[in-house]
Design a protein around this ligand. Structure first.
Ligand code: ATP
Length: 922
């Protein structure tokens, strides 16, 4: 019986062993592969030996697939097949054996029970039945183990599917990110282009507003996209975290399953050992051996299963490590993207800040302009408020007082009539004078004639006397001869005597007529002188009467005229004040012929024909715009420049202190603008001409005295330009107690007419120190100052005014490194730059409305103290070169000009003196 059972067990063992071998075979095939390859081909490995029966088939597949590189799609198709195979999974080797064993066990039990019932003994379970039941339970456990393996496989498949899906999603995400990045970079590129366009100057991009709008739009777009991208990133993060959690939970579940499997295996081992002990008590040694072999094989299978399980645990860990790696990669990419985004955000914020700054700057400018407009508006309102008064006065004069108007017109008519009469009288006077002159001429001729006649008469008389004496002699001789000669001779002598007598008789009528002519002429001359004297007297009488009549009639008119002049002056002053008591004009020097030969003749300065107060300078590829009171384009004439200055000259006649100075780089045209060439004079000469013209117009009411002085400041030393000796001068406070400055020993010349001033200007030009430098062939090395003082006296009131006009031609600022100045020239240049710096400090202090203005820091500013400060009128002509090679100096000059633009000198004060004291009123 035992032999039979052992045969059965042996059969079972061999069948079971065969299955295990296939499993082992699969396991060995797998373990023989390169371990490094395992990690690479995890997808293929996982198919190995998941069931004992399918192990061989799977191994074949693996060896096929391991030769070719497996793709993810292949993995997926395989996994689908496996999935199908899993569903139809069964243990054909186990079921008949279990059925057979259970059947045998039942039969055995029945036999035992029948034997026991027959014998009436207590039923004891035979060891074979016990072994069978153990075997059966083991088979059950085994099937359970297989189920667990199946589950593990399923988990593995699920994991793989997840991985593939995850990979796909990541791929899609990556491509979408790439696309987005590409989009971003194109946006950034376009943005950079826009910025570049913004930075590059273009004629239609002066205001920069469209570019800025575009920039702001693109910034907004980019911000929107950035927020979208951030949202998506957040979503992705949450998805990733979710997936990570899922993976963790799955790994944990899987680990739990593995732990369970391990505990099962341990239990089986225990049972097996128990079984061995149990069978050892009852079985033969052979069976013991068999069982131990079986046990061994079971152990092997267990170890294989454990190995598998380990692999299974490794695979998820590997896949998880891969996932972690991918995740890390993803994270690093996300970080990268975030850093790029951060950079972009920084760029954006920078751009935003820049645009904000730009906007702020523009706002500031607009605010300043608004303030100026408001100020102007206020002034205009003030003017307008005055307008009704003026209108009222006009209405009173014109509407409410028609009689006054009538009187005025009558007076005017009378005045015209008197003027007419006066001119008639003058005409008559002229005619009379002409007559007198002609009669004088006639009388002179007559006197000449008379003298000639007298001389002729005298000679004739002398001749006559001679003839008479001769005749007398002849007569005596004849008488004597008659006494001695014949009658015939006496007769002939008588004839001769008769002819002589006739001739003598013929002479007296001419002589007589000549005498009467002479007498009449004399009387005429005497009478004419009387007539002339009386006529002149009469004319004078008439003229003085006419003048008296006219002055009487014109008193009112004169008064009104005075008022009108005063009003005109007031409005003129207001106009000047409205324009600003400090005006900054800029003149661009044209490119001259000599500059055209130069290599660097590119032009960097452009003026705007539609905006007279703006110009732009191109420096290092950027256009900088400057706004001043007036910009003269290179072709502007000397007259055009003077037109802007003219109102200030008029102010000087009215009793204001005015300072006009030319500032700029050496060779930029300061001397040309102030002095000018002889055939095309500059501001100095034109200003003096205007002064004389204006004075001529006002001569009926005002009496003016004009005095001129001229000095130069060379190396901080003061020299008189009207004297040749070049004596050093000093500036002192006037001892008269007025607190005014004066220069002892300075020549001050009174000028009577324009021709005189021309000579004076020529002298100053000759005496000024100039040298040829690299920058200018006739560079003025000193600051030249022409001071014109206009003292006026109102003929009617006796009011006195003192106006002062300072015309300054500054020495040119220069970069010593560029001009190559050495020795004496270097010292000059340093002194020039120092005094210009002092001028800049004065301007800065005036601009800051400081109480202390550093006028005494240089001779130049000290001299200009009473014309440059508060209450005076100033105009600065900034001279610039348009050439690119001078762009730095041009920018410096323009920056200085803009600083001067911001100075407010307040209302100007007129220097007026009524009676004994001096008043200043604006
Ligand atoms: N607007 C102009 N039109 C024609 N020529 C000009 C003009 N401005 C200047 N020039 C010429 O340029 C040259 C230099 O000018 P100028 O001597 O007036 O310069 P500057 O500024 O006084 O120089 P520096 O400071 O060295 O004395 C002169 O030959 C002058 O005739």
């Amino acid at each position: 019986m035992y032999a039979f059972y052992s045969l059965l067990v042996y059969i079972f063992y061999t069948v079971f062993k065969k299955d295990e071998e296939t499993v082992l075979e699969g396991a060995c095939g797998e373990t023989s592969e390169d371990p490094g390859h395992v990690s690479m081909e995890t997808g293929s490995r996982r198919k190995v030996g998941h069931t004992p029966r399918s192990g061989k088939r799977q191994y074949d597949r693996i060896s096929d697939s391991s030769n070719s590189s497996s793709s993810e799609s292949d993995d997926l198709s395989l996994s689908d097949e496996d999935g199908d195979a899993d569903e139809s999974y069964s243990i054909p080797a186990k079921t008949p054996l279990a059925a057979f064993l259970s059947f045998k066990q039942e039969t055995e039990k029945r036999k035992v029970s029948s034997v026991h019932t027959e014998t009436g003994e207590k039923m004891i379970e035979p060891p074979l039945v016990a072994v069978m039941s153990h075997l059966l339970s083991f088979l059950e456990q085994y099937s359970h183990l297989q189920q667990l393996q199946q589950q593990a496989e399923q988990y593995r498949m699920q994991l793989r599917r997840h991985r593939v899906q995850h990979r796909r999603k990541m791929k899609a995400l990556r491509s979408s990110y790439r696309q987005r990045l590409r989009d971003k970079s194109s946006v950034i590129h376009s943005l950079e282009e826009a910025i570049a366009q913004q930075q590059t100057p273009s004629p239609d991009n002066d205001t920069g507003t469209p570019g800025l709008h575009k920039l702001v739009q693109s910034l907004c777009g980019l911000q929107g996209e950035r927020s979208l991208l951030r949202g998506e990133l957040r979503l992705l993060h949450s998805q990733l975290e979710q997936r990570e959690q899922d993976r963790h939970s799955k790994v944990q579940a899987f680990q739990q399953q593995i732990d369970e499997l391990k505990s099962c295996i341990e239990e089986r081992e225990e049972e097996l050992s128990k079984l061995r002990i149990a069978s050892g008590e009852t079985d033969s040694e052979k069976r013991m051996l068999c069982l131990s072999a079986e046990n061994e094989s079971l152990k092997q299978s267990l170890s294989v299963t454990q190995g598998l399980l380990q692999q299974l645990s490794i695979i998820p860990s590997q896949s998880s490590s891969l996932l972690i790696k991918e995740n890390e990669n993803l994270r690093s990419r996300v970080l990268q993207l975030e850093s790029t985004l951060q950079q972009r955000a920084e760029q954006l914020s920078r751009l935003e800040r820049q645009s904000e700054q730009d906007q702020w700057r523009r706002g500031e400018e607009l605010r300043r302009r608004d303030e100026r407009v408001k100020e102007l508006q206020l002034e205009l309102d003030k003017e307008r408020s005055k307008e009704p008064v003026v209108k009222y006065v006009t209405r009173t004069v014109e509407v409410e007082s028609p009689s006054t108007l009538r009187q005025l017109t009558e007076a005017r008519q009378k005045n015209d009539h008197l003027k007419q009469r006066l001119s008639n009288e003058k005409e008559r006077c002229k005619q009379l004078e002409e007559k007198i002159r002609r009669s004088d001429e006639v009388s002179c001729n007559l006197q000449h004639k008379i003298a000639a006649y007298e001389r002729e008469i005298e000679s004739l008389q002398a001749e006559l006397m001679k003839e008479i004496e001769h005749l007398e002699e002849k007569k005596d001789e004849a008488v004597k001869a008659a006494a001695n000669c014949s009658q015939e001779q006496f007769q002939s002598l008588q004839d001769q005597f008769m002819t002589l007598q006739r001739r003598l008789n013929a002479l007296p009528p001419t002589l007589r007529s000549m005498k009467t002519d002479y007498a009449s002429l004399r009387s005429q001359v005497r009478n004419f002188a009387e007539f002339y004297g009386s006529a002149i007297k009469e004319a004078k009488k008439q003229i003085s009467a006419a003048i008296n009549e006219m002055s009487e009639a014109n008193k009112d008119l004169l008064e009104k005229y005075r008022k009108e002049v005063a009003l005109r002056r007031k409005y003129h002053e207001q106009l000047v004040e409205l324009k600003g008591n400090i005006r900054v004009l800029c003149r661009v020097k044209p490119v001259l012929k000599e500059d055209q030969h130069d290599e660097c003749q590119a032009v960097a300065v452009t003026t705007d024909p539609h905006n007279e107060s703006a110009l732009s300078v191109l420096s290092k590829g950027k256009a900088k715009t400057f706004e001043l009171d007036k910009v003269f384009h290179p072709q502007a004439t000397q007259e055009e420049v003077f037109q802007e200055i003219e109102p200030l000259i008029t102010s000087c006649i009215d009793g204001y202190h005015v300072c006009i100075f030319a500032y700029g780089q050496t060779g930029s045209g300061k001397t040309y603008t102030m002095e000018g060439p002889v055939d095309n004079p500059g501001i100095n000469q034109r200003a003096l001409k205007h002064l004389f013209n204006e004075i001529e117009e006002r001569k009926d009411m005002w009496n003016y005295t004009i005095t001129v002085s001229s000095v130069e400041v060379y190396n901080e030393v003061l020299r008189d330009l009207l004297s040749k000796d070049g004596e050093k001068l000093d500036i002192k406070i006037n001892p008269d107690g007025t607190g005014q400055l004066h220069v002892p020993g300075l020549r001050i010349k009174e000028v009577k007419n324009f021709q005189h001033i021309k000579k004076i200007l020529a002298t100053t030009r000759r005496n000024r120190i100039t040298f040829g430098t690299q920058m200018n062939q006739h560079s003025s090395r000193s600051h030249a100052l022409l001071t014109i003082t206009v003292q006026g006296t109102d003929l009617a009131t006796g009011t006195k005014t003192t106006g002062k006009l300072n015309l300054v031609d500054l020495a040119g600022s220069e970069r010593v490194s560029k001009s190559g100045a050495e020795g004496e020239r270097l010292k000059e240049a340093q002194n020039i730059n120092r005094s210009l710096l002092a001028l800049g400090d004065v301007i800065q202090a005036l601009r800051g409305r400081q109480t202390y203005i550093p006028f005494r820091n240089s001779r130049l500013t000290y001299l200009l103290q009473d014309s440059l400060g508060k209450g005076n009128k100033t105009a600065m002509v900034v001279q610039i070169s348009s050439l690119e090679r001078n762009v730095e100096e041009t920018l410096c000059s323009l920056k200085f000009a803009q600083r001067v633009c911001k100075v407010e000198l307040g209302p100007a004060a007129r220097k007026i003196e009524s009676g004994s004291h001096c008043d200043n009123y604006s």
